[in-house]
Design a protein around this ligand. Structure first.
Ligand code: ADP
Ligand code: MG
Length: 475
């Protein structure tokens, strides 16, 4: 309220006194109301689960600060869809209700507003096409969600995909424009910006791998997008080259949030059936049901390796074979490099060669064999080795990864505008299916795995291979 005097007040001292009295009363009322509100808020906070309510500020190093989940949803039961979608734990909420940003929601438009141009890909959770918005002529990607596996309503993966994508607005995350509907309730489509390539198809089509300077630009953008997700307490849980999109301006965007979810600290119990096998971390393979964003960093290591060689780094035929392939590359774990791995459910049956305990007595992360990556600099090899550290706590966070010396040494990351362009398969024709494993299906039981055969379990095995300095028998 203006402090200027009433034009009439000077003329009449009595009126002036009344106005002043009214002002005082009004002020007292306002103060009492504010105090009441403050007390109510304090009370509400006391009854709420305490949390520090912070997520890492830019420039801060180290992992995100400790805080608790606010969501009271049941632990994510193995392979079941029983778990309710969770709320963003970093933001104070008075209830544990599913939260959608209000401004984004209204009546969904009909998919008829778009004209289908060509089919792009059928993946595990949806069909993707290139389409044109009829009124504007803009080209978009339409992803039809697969809803058939959820008799009791909208599948949690679809909800999560929409919720996390709406929250994750970042230059390195695919832009979800809107959600549109078909004629039936189970016809739900995500309308996204269209990008010409996914990295898997592109690497398959390229004759030579990316140049070192290009690999840096690609990797920096992937990790930049991931750093943002983790700062929002979102784990992607299915990072792989087919879920990384690239346009003809050298921009990379993380896509496919069908597996993404909010996480907390301490970590909630979650299903281990996440992440496509070849990109799945050893703690998940060994059955950890409490895990964190480090699983995404492992996938980043696998993607880094794939960018270097154009081939997926660890192509296991099944879970046991995947563990064998990992240990063959990294060397087996020991009590120094990965204290506590023995207590993981599937590690009980794991038989390691006796030499493994003396392999790395310093507890330092062992460097991966240089012979596998002959063109990588020492700094590059050290980054790759740390991303592929068996012990999740030894892996760098996305933020630490971004400031690694590898990105600062020559050759410097190539400016995006200097990136070569490639013919777009997605833009022209139906693509052949990649012969790569798919993300785990929700609703499946996590298998009880027997790792007894990973290292010389059964005597007289005939499928022995010599790995990184130790004999390996596949289970
Ligand atoms: N916005 C997009 N622009 C262009 N292609 C896309 C886009 N989104 C997805 N795709 C293509 O469709 C494929 C499958 O999409 P994705 O979201 O990964 O679905 P799924 O959950 O079925 O794996 C991707 O690998 C990519 O080739
Ligand atoms: Mg996908």
């Amino acid at each position: 309220m203006s402090t200027a005097k009433s034009r009439w007040a000077d003329d009449d001292p009595e009126t002036e006194a009344i106005i002043a009295q009214q002002k005082r009363e009004k002020e007292a009322k306002r103060r009492a109301k504010a105090e009441k509100q403050r007390q109510l808020e304090a009370k509400a906070q006391q009854t709420q689960t305490p949390e520090t309510n912070s997520h890492p500020a830019n420039g801060e190093t180290g992992p995100p600060k400790k805080r608790r989940r606010l969501s009271n949803d049941a632990a994510e039961t193995t392979g079941s869809d029983a778990d309710a979608p969770e709320i963003a734990p970093q933001k104070k909420q008075s209830t544990a209700l599913l939260r959608f940003p209000a401004r984004e929601w209204g009546t969904c438009r009909h998919v008829d507003n778009f004209e289908r141009l060509n089919h792009i890909e059928e993946g595990s959770y949806g069909w993707v096409s290139r389409a044109k918005e009829i009124t504007t002529g803009e080209v978009v990607a339409l992803k039809k969600l697969k809803l058939e596996n959820s008799p009791d309503g909208f599948p949690v993966t679809g909800l999560r995909e929409i919720q996390t994508l709406l929250e994750a607005r970042h230059p390195n995350v695919v832009y979800l424009r809107e959600v549109v509907m078909g004629n039936k309730m189970d016809e739900v489509f995500l309308v996204m910006d269209f990008l010409e390539h996914d990295l898997k198809t592109l690497l398959d089509e390229m004759r030579e791998p990316f140049l070192p300077s290009e690999i840096k630009t690609v990797l920096l953008q992937i990790v930049g997008g991931l750093e943002f997700l983790h700062s929002q307490w979102i784990m992607h849980r299915d990072l792989k080259t087919s879920n990384l999109l690239m346009n003809n301006r050298g921009e990379i965007k993380l896509a496919d949030f069908g597996m993404a979810r909010y996480y907390g600290d301490p970590p909630p119990k979650l299903t281990q059936l996440v992440v496509t096998l070849w990109y799945r971390s050893p703690e998940l393979l060994l059955g950890a049901d409490k895990y964190g964003p480090e699983i995404d960093m492992w996938s980043i290591g696998c993607i880094f390796g794939e960018l270097l060689t154009k081939e997926p780094l660890l192509q296991g035929k099944n879970e046991v074979d995947q563990v064998s392939k990992i240990f063959e590359l990294t060397g087996p774990p020991n009590a120094q490099t990965w204290p506590g791995f023995r207590s993981l459910p599937n590690a009980k049956s794991l038989r390691l060669p006796s030499s493994s305990s003396s392999a790395t007595s310093s507890g330092k992360i062992p460097l991966l064999p240089r012979s596998k990556f002959p063109y990588l600099t020492n700094a590059g090899l050290s980054l790759l080795s740390s991303l592929l550290a068996l012990n999740p706590t030894s892996r760098p966070t996305a933020q630490q990864c971004l400031s690694h010396a590898y990105f600062k040494e020559d050759p410097r990351p190539k400016p995006r505008e200097m990136f070569p362009t490639f013919p777009s398969k997605a833009g022209m024709e139906k693509r052949r299916r990649h012969h790569t494993p798919e993300a785990p299906k929700r609703g499946q039981e996590a298998p009880q795995l027997d790792f007894a055969g990973v290292f010389g379990g059964a005597p007289g095995g005939d499928t022995g291979e010599v790995g990184a300095g130790f004999a390996l028998r596949l289970g």
